[in-house]
Design a protein around this ligand. Structure first.
Ligand code: NAD
Ligand code: MG
Length: 397
């Protein structure tokens, strides 16, 4: 039996960048948290190591073959963690009664069903998996309202905005005197580069972010500014804002994580070192504050803060995302699915870096937007767009 009073946490996507940072924060507070379930897709070795360290009750992997391997390793090590496999297992652990907190840190559309399951079960959901909300915005937020789930944004910008808003901020921003959300963007590793130089960038260059160490997909998204586009959509849903109420501000130092402007002229910002353990610790302990292991911010070392407008000509993905949000319905899900396939192709050396935005734009032109009021409709659009994007890619290469 576990001691009373510790909160049980499930980490979906435990072996990723956000997952390992989450476990690092949990490890610092053994009196507050215990790990209920950990999931990974293919990283069975990493998941085994995490099972040894955190002794969860359940571990989930993508395939039965990997699950069988993990079962054997755990048995050899004398550990009692149960091992399951596949999407249904992910959904089951996400809504399992035994955990009150779920970190949603799977990357991409694969996280939608488990994240929604955690929401529908009324958990405290720490949302890193922005793609889930981008795909299903209205349905997702309705599920939060219906189930009484506590949704806490982990994306650093949204976490910052959340911290700069009044605790009770439902019902639209205007009601709370907010005039604008200022979403900061580092500008990525190619900020200020010419279109000619950008045409030749490699996956390694795109994955070397100047300020943050992240998974490969979000690193590429940061470099194309699609990440900021997805975040703009994410902010619209989380804070009940229109795209016009959100201003993207390029801020290369990534010290201000975002800001909220009020009608009286006040602008409230949240600052800190660029370390995801800050928003993760905030989400775990909210409304309390706990140590996150993050170095204190040294403003003298930072010395200066710069701001600039985003270059939407060289980086069209931000504009595409804003337009998709304005178009509504399945348009954001279409944008997201096309982007996932395009990024995969770029990482596999089958598409150039500017090809990502071009391909997403072509898919948005061709795929009809429908209403996004059923999960089936959204999943169907996701499937169709993946197929269409792969077809366009084959024609191209
Ligand atoms: P990552 O690639 O490092 O990790 C992804 C995790 O999801 C891994 O545990 C992997 O095993 C699992 N996974 C991958 N594909 C899966 C699938 N098909 N089914 C089930 N599990 C799967 O990614 P990350 O950088 O940790 O990002 C995770 C999410 O958090 C993304 O949505 C990203 O946009 C968001 N996010 C990340 C950061 C960051 O600093 N890394 C910041 C803000 C938001
Ligand atoms: Mg972010």
């Amino acid at each position: 039996m576990q001691p009373q009073g510790r909160q049980a946490v499930t980490v979906l996507g435990a072996t990723g960048s956000i997952g390992t940072s989450t476990l690092d924060v949990i490890r610092r507070h053994p009196e507050r948290y215990r790990v209920h379930a950990l999931t990974a897709h293919r990283s069975r070795e990493a998941l085994f190591e995490q099972c040894r360290l955190y002794t969860p009750e359940i571990a989930v992997l993508g395939t039965e073959t990997d699950a069988a391997w993990l079962r054997q390793r755990l048995a050899d090590a004398g550990l009692a963690t149960q091992v399951r496999a596949g999407t249904q297992a992910l959904i089951d652990v996400a809504r399992d009664n035994d955990a009150g907190i779920v970190m949603a840190a799977i990357v991409g559309a694969a996280g939608l069903l488990p994240t929604l399951a955690a929401v529908e079960a009324g958990k405290r959901v720490l949302l890193a998996n922005k793609e889930a909300l981008v795909m299903s915005g209205a349905l997702f937020m309705e599920a939060v309202a219906r189930s009484g789930a506590t949704l806490l944004p982990i994306d650093s910008e949204h976490n910052a905005i959340y911290q700069c808003l009044p605790i009770e901020h439902r019902g639209g921003l205007a009601r709370h005197g907010v005039s604008q959300l200022l979403l900061t963007a580092s500008g990525g590793p190619f900020r200020g580069w010419s279109a000619e130089r950008i045409a030749r960038v490699t996956p390694e260059q795109a994955c070397a972010h100047p300020n943050w160490t992240m998974g490969r997909k979000i690193s590429v998204d940061s470099a194309t500014l699609m990440n900021k586009g997805l975040e703009l959509i994410e902010a619209c849903w989380l804070f009940d804002a229109s795209p016009e109420q959100i201003q993207v501000v390029v801020h290369p130092q990534s010290v201000i994580h975002s800001m909220v402007a009020y009608h009286d002229g006040s602008v409230i910002a949240q600052l800190g070192n660029p370390d995801m353990r800050t928003p993760i610790a905030y989400g775990l302990a909210w409304p309390e504050r706990i140590d996150a292991g993050v170095k204190p911010l040294d403003l003298f070392a930072v010395a200066r803060l710069d701001f600039d407008v985003p270059d939407e000509d060289t980086f069209p993905c931000l504009r595409l995302a804003r337009e998709a949000m304005k178009a509504g319905g399945t348009a954001p899900a279409i944008l997201n699915a096309a982007n996932e396939i395009a990024v995969e192709a770029f990482l596999g050396g089958r598409l150039s870096f500017p090809g990502i935005g071009e391909l997403v734009a072509r898919v948005l032109d061709r795929q009809a937007v429908t209403s996004a009021n059923t999960l089936e409709g959204i999943l169907e659009a996701n499937r169709q767009v993946r197929h269409l994007t792969r077809q366009l890619l084959d024609v191209k290469t």
